[in-house]
Write a protein that binds this ligand. Sequence first.
Ligand SMILES: N[C@@H](CCC(=O)N[C@@H](CS)C(=O)NCC(=O)O)C(=O)O
Length: 284
Amino acid sequence: MYEYGVKILEFGETTNMISLRSTIVAGISSGAMLGLVMRARRLTSKIPKLTLHVYDHCPFCVRAELVLGWKGIPFERKVYGYGDTLGDTKGKYYGGKTLTGKKSLPVLEIQGRIPKFMPESGSIIAFSEGLAPLDTMQLVPMNGQRADLKAFFDSKGDFKKHQRILTRPIVITMRTLKDWERDEDIMYATEKYKKSGFEYAKAMKDAAASRVAMNILLVKLDSLMQTDFCLTKTTGGSYSWDDVIALPELRTLSCAKALVWPKKLKAYLTKGLKQANVSSYAEA
Ligand SMILES: N[C@@H](CCC(=O)N[C@@H](CS)C(=O)NCC(=O)O)C(=O)O
């Protein structure tokens, strides 16, 4: 969609100021065009150098990656082993980098800001909202989460229960991910989850039953989608916090084998991740 010669983001598109500049169309006066280019340059120069420190498998990290990606905000991505202490007392080894001193990711490193390390996915997302060029539509209206979806993804609900059974034994086998490169990374995860009552051997035995339950849950989630491309119908058809929460959970689930994904839901996941340049585990 074009307004005043500048391409406005439509649902599903990502951009950065370089592509924004390149979409300035012919047919407007050279003075107006110069003004637009200068404005675009001014906006671009406002974005500091960003490094997002993540675990690949962490849904909170993926939330931040999605929003930065959808908004076309350039950032460098740095992945850590799950057993890395990051300078904290928790963990199995020190990989050589201390961020906030707490073993918790994501952390956004913002060049020139004091302090330069920003923890908490919610803060990072709010910060990204402020950074995004004024000409881009707001991708994440803070309009509150839908109660039905909140219940669906609740950490004590059935989705999370079956997701853990179907994915925890699988993710740690993905050794090409930095998260699970070292044996200590896997040891850290298994010990942590065992302490919280999760049994890996039982999970493998329960997988078939969980697969049946999950297939039913996926059909239910598919029926909760209010549009073909977003969970929730929003003004302007943009993504909302419901998508920011759901897509990382579905991405985690994409490593589970032999599930039957409803077509619309699968297309939603594939597109949502692709638009932010976030990988899926489905092909791994
Ligand atoms: N409230 C934090 C939660 C982040 C979080 O829990 N991250 C997990 C990974 S998904 C973590 O870093 N865990 C470290 C550990 O368990 O050692 C946020 O939203 O950013």
